[in-house]
Ligand binder design. Structure first.
Ligand code: FES
Length: 300
């Protein structure tokens, strides 16, 4: 998705544009700028899977000691049975991704012993300020977001609610999840907390020089925020030596992106937009990529 023209009800993608009588943002978090972005904290959780040597777990999903924030389940695929451990929330863009993954592996090891981990991944979730999602009409179209980690349930609810609303019905439940339901008193604490985080991050990144590295010292596999002639860029040198240099300013609302070493992406701490090393959008509210800076223009 490259652009949404709300007046013309047109969505523009790399392979063409679509015009429709209504636009539904079924995109995890709505694209572009929406009030709900100021209300939703964004977190990443890591996941690992392994074939358990000895013993077994009965079917089901288990939340393992709430304070540890670990959920455990089994999955069968390709004739193999895996234990899947997911957990511990980390604020997008302002945590150490490697340390987050290591913490999960250490926790799993504590409960299941030393295992050979076959799969590692992560995903992020958006949570409504009052614990409920935002589903329904929101200015220019329909949105469905804030599912926290319950996307299977809320995704189904959202599909039914929005389909009913598009057909002119108004289900009783719709009022509980309507996007503009929060009043200052009801959502104040969480909204304030979320925006304090955003403002603090903005100030920190803009008032302090995060790094002052030079491109020649950026080794293969490394990332750096580099200053060239007074301007900062986000640089990443791929293992094969290719250098990617992009703007470090998120095109959504101007926060500065941070490197995620586990997923080799630039992540924005403000509303969770994520970008590949070449700047293209992976996910989040940002519609446009991080501006590409060609290495020759950076000098070296
Ligand atoms: S995602 Fe909103 S400023 Fe980056």
């Amino acid at each position: 998705m490259l652009d949404i023209d709300v007046r013309a009800k047109r969505a523009v993608t790399a392979s063409g544009s679509v015009t429709a009588s209504e636009i539904v943002h079924a995109t995890h978090t709505p694209k572009g700028i929406h009030m709900v972005h100021a209300e939703m904290p964004v977190h990443r959780e890591y996941g690992i899977a392994f074939e358990m040597a000895g013993g077994d777990l009965p079917p089901g999903i288990y939340w393992w000691k709430a304070t540890e924030g670990l959920s455990v389940r089994t999955v069968e695929t390709g004739g193999r049975r895996y234990v899947v451990c997911v957990g511990q929330e980390h604020k997008v863009g302002i945590h150490n991704a490697g340390a987050g993954l290591l913490a999960l592996e250490t926790l799993a090891q504590k409960h299941f012993g030393q295992q050979e981990i076959t799969h590692r991944w992560s995903a992020q979730n958006y949570r409504g300020a009052d614990g409920l999602p935002y589903i329904g009409r929101n200015n220019d179209g329909f949105i469905a977001t804030g599912f926290a980690a319950d996307g299977l349930t809320w995704g189904t609810v959202a599909a039914r609610l929005i389909a009913a609303q598009l057909a002119g019905q108004q289900p009783a439940f719709a009022g509980h999840v309507v996007p503009n339901r929060l009043n200052p008193v009801k959502g104040a604490k969480n909204i304030l907390q979320e925006n304090v985080t955003v403002v603090k991050q903005l100030l920190k990144d803009y008032l302090t020089g995060r790094q002052e590295e030079k491109l020649p010292t950026t080794a293969a596999g490394d990332s750096a925020i580099v200053d060239v002639e007074g301007e900062s860029f986000a640089a990443y040198r791929a293992p094969d030596g290719e250098l990617f240099a992009v703007s470090n300013v998120c095109p959504h609302m101007g926060c500065k992106v941070h490197w995620n070493s586990v997923e080799t992406s630039w992540d924005c701490p403000c509303h969770g937009s994520r970008f590949r090393p070449d700047g293209t959008v992976i996910e989040g509210p940002a519609l446009s990529p991080l501006a590409r800076k060609l290495p020759p223009t950076l000098g070296g």
